[in-house]
Structure formats: C-alpha cells, structure tokens
Write a protein that binds this ligand. Structure first.
Ligand code: F6P
Length: 465
C-alpha cells in the first residue's frame, strides 16, 4: 500500500462506469458533479480517492486515473438500495433541499447508512498515512468524520457538504438528528457552501447537542470543530481555454444552424432532478408561447437533462412528467422539422458542452434549491466573448456570487416569464458589463482558490488544537 497523505473520501469514485466496464479507466466528468469539481485540484497529485465503483459487489484493484490512486469500497445491492438510494437520496437529499419532495424515513435505511459509513471509515483508517489530511465529501458520509477519529485520532479530518444544509425546522424532522450532527463534529473543519448553512448548523448543534458555539468554533466533549463557508467553483481557465478553441466556435455556429438559425437560443443543462425546477421552467416557457410573447422558430429552448438515480421512484416519476410536458409543448407549438424544445437526456462531452454554452443567448439555471450550481459558473466562464445572459435562481448557492445575473424566484411563474423575456431582449452580440463582472468573479474565485482556502483553513484548525 502506498503512502496516502491526502485522502479524499466520497460516495463514488470519479470514474466513468460505462467506459470502465470496457476496461478503459477515465475520470468521470459530468456537468456540475463532485468528480468534475475535484478533478483539477487532485490530478497528478499524490492523492488517494476512496469511494464506490458504481456496481454492486467486489471491485478488483483499479489503476490510477490522472495520477490519483483509487481505492474501491464495496457496496452490496442492499447497501445501494438502503444507503445510496434510501437514506442518502430519499431521506437526506429531499430534506436538505427544502423538502420540495417529501423526505421518506425507514429505520432499515438508517442501519444501512451507519453500516456503510463505517465501511468507508474503516477503509480510510487502513490506508491513510500517519497525520494525513482526510477530506470527507458530502451528505452520503456524514458519520465518517467521527467514526474515523475514533480509530485514528492522528488524522487531520475535513468535511465538506456540497448540498445545502437546511434550517433547523427541517433538520429537526430527522429521527437520528443528534447522531448525524455528532458524526460531522468528528471533523476538525466542516465546510459549507454558504454562510447561512454555517448558521443553521451552529444553531442545531447548540440546540440538539448542547454544544458551546463561540469564535473559537464549536466545542463538544472537550474537542473544538471549526466551521466556515467555502463556495465551491470550477476550473475557470480550463473552460475559458476550451470555449476559445476555433473548433468550439465553429461547433457553436453549427449548432445554431442545426437548430434552424433562431434569433434566440435558451439553454438549460441539469441533472434530471426535482430540485432543478425543470417543470417550473417548462411551464413558464409554455405559457410564453401560448401568450404569443415568444414564438417558434424565432426562439427555441434546448433542455439537456442528464438522467440519474433512476431507481428512486421520485426520479422515475419526474422523468415521465418532464418528457410528457416536452412532448406536449412540441405538439402544441412545434412544426414539422421545427421543435419548440430540443430535449436531450444524454451526457455531453466537455467540448460539446462548451459549444452549447457559446451557442446559447440565455442560459436558464432555475433550481428550486441548489447547494451551488456549477453549470451557471461554467456558462459564465465559457462566455469569453463577454456576451450572453444568465437567468439564475435566487435559491442556487451561485446567486450569492453571481449577483449581476437576471435573478429569479422560480416559484413565481409570472416573474420567471417576465425576467426570461427581459433577458431575451438584450442584444446577444453585445458584450455586457454584467457578464464582465461575473467573469471577473469566477476568475478570481476558481476551484483552485476554493481548495486552497479550504485546506489552509483545515491546517489552521488543526494547528490550533
Ligand atoms: O452535489 C450532490 C451530488 O450528490 C454530488 O455528490 C454528485 O456528483 C451529484 O450530486 C450527482 O449525484 P449522484 O452521484 O447521485 O448521481
């Protein structure tokens, strides 16, 4: 076993499962995903990543990918059903996203959550070098920090939550709320996307655990844990370089021609998730077409909706509803050879994605709740021409930084319609000061800056103990 002094622990390994089954191991680069975010931070570093290889049962040893050592954690069919699809994605995920779909509670899911978290902690305890930095990621693994500390008090343990951390009224619904908070407090530093999440967490640990919260951090049982907001970002330079390539500029022009050379192209790129507000957006678009405020083929919508979590009932139902609605809109407003909504439920490669961003006059990112939303930042980075408009939900973490976007409340369909029309009215060939300001923001606060600020804060938290 090689010396592991920086260890990332995340639910999944960052490998492309379809390619891996054919013996090709490459980094999984899905838009806005965790693997995508951490790629530039870890490549060619002496880092180790511990996670699940996306299939039930034992996984043979894996080759390093982009210089990162991969260690699989085995999950059985029951673990996948009760831990990943159950507790993580049917209890925590909806609750952490404002309960836009109801959270489901089953006691056996909690047992699986504990069991699987223990397995990740045990594997990490086996491979981490003495005094290593271990960086635990996201809501699937909230118990790992405390489980790991119990075995390896020498480690410097960080935890980062990529999704929102909910207000106390919602979190208090969790039957095992105290255990979840204690699990996170095993870390030296807990990072959140937004300062509001830090406040929510501090209130909860004081209320549920009776922890002492002051400027030194959160003190419980004689240990102090620091907290902070670290808004995650993207590899801005990489996206800029990609979007500047001639090949991408040509592809963007070709895409517009393939769409019938419309005057305006609206683009949305989402994981097919009920938190993303896809239905609200389609409703607004349908009404604008029905009211005659938008017309096909002058304006078209390209909706990329990447399927996932398809064995979770709420996701299956959402997919059916979205696809029915796309069919309805096209039936009512399309013409032969001219669609009103171009709907694609496939993963795009990075080059195609950059071309799509460059082809889009308005990028509509309107989630009902989102930890950050890196697609919004990617669009801004891709607009090296300074053109284009970003329609952004107030409820995406990115709205705190991209304040010059056309901000919307996605629940307010009238407001959504009016703001979309306003964004479409802007001259798409004219660089805007708003886009220039947002571009400066994503340049100054890229993923490297994020990792640096988090890891520096982790060092400081550990040094003070
Ligand atoms: O941001 C939350 C998150 O769970 C990430 O961890 C992940 O990259 C993305 O959503 C996709 O989720 P899943 O791994 O369930 O397909």
């Amino acid at each position: 076993m090689r010396d592991a002094s920086l260890v990332v622990v995340a639910s999944r390994l960052p490998i492309n499962d379809a390619a891996a089954s054919e013996g090709v191991f490459e980094w999984r680069r899905s838009p806005g995903g965790l693997g995508e975010a951490l790629h530039p931070v870890l490549i060619n570093k002496p880092a180790t990543w511990i996670g699940w290889a996306d299939k039930p049962g034992p996984t043979p040893p894996l080759p390093d990918v982009d210089g990162v050592h991969l260690i699989p954690v085995e999950l059985s069919e029951d673990d996948i059903r009760d831990h990943y699809e159950g507790f993580a994605n049917s209890t925590l995920w909806p609750l952490y996203h404002d309960a836009v779909e109801p959270a489901v509670h089953h006691r056996r899911w909690w047992e699986a959550y504990q069991r699987v978290n223990q397995r990740y902690a045990d594997r990490t305890a086996q491979v981490a070098a003495h005094g290593a930095v271990v960086w635990v990621q996201d809501y699937h693994l909230q118990l790992v920090p405390a489980m790991l500390r119990a075995q390896r008090p020498d480690l410097r343990i960080g935890f980062f939550l990529h999704v929102p951390f909910p207000p106390p009224e919602l979190f208090m619904q969790l039957p095992r709320r105290a255990e979840l908070l204690r699990g996170m407090l095993g870390a030296d530093l807990i990072g959140f996307q937004r300062i509001q999440a830090v406040h929510n967490f501090q209130q909860l640990v004081a209320k549920v655990l009776g922890a002492n919260v002051d400027e030194r951090g959160i003190e419980l049982d004689g240990r102090v844990t620091s907290t902070g907001a670290f808004p995650v970002s993207i590899d801005t330079a990489e996206m800029e370089a990609l979007a500047s390539r001639d090949e991408v500029v040509h592809q963007a022009a070709k895409l517009r021609a393939d769409l019938g050379d419309p005057q305006r192209v609206i683009l949305s790129v989402d994981r097919l998730d009920y938190t993303k507000g896809i239905e609200h957006r389609l409703k607004a678009y349908r009404e604008l077409l029905a009211d005659g405020r938008l017309k096909v083929p002058e304006t078209v919508l390209v909706q990329v909706a990447i399927p996932g979590r398809e064995r979770v009932e709420q996701y299956r139902q959402l997919r059916d509803r979205v696809e029915r609605e796309v069919g309805r809109i096209n039936g009512d407003f399309g013409r032969l050879g001219v669609a009103a909504v171009h709907y694609i439920s496939q993963v795009f490669d990075r080059t195609e994605l950059a071309a799509l961003y460059r082809a889009a006059d308005v990028m509509a990112v309107t989630p009902l709740r989102d930890g950050m939303n890196l697609v919004a930042k990617e669009y801004v980075a891709a607009r090296v021409d300074g053109c284009g408009a970003l329609l952004l939900s107030e409820f995406a973490g990115a709205a705190a930084e991209l304040t010059q976007a056309y901000l919307v409340n996605p629940h307010d369909v009238e407001g959504l319609k009016d703001t979309l029309v306003e964004a479409l009215a802007a001259d798409p060939s004219e660089p805007s000061p708003q886009m220039a300001t947002m571009r400066a923001q994503v340049r100054a606060h890229d993923i490297q800056a994020w990792a640096r600020s988090y890891l520096t804060a982790l060092e400081a938290a550990c040094a003070g103990r």
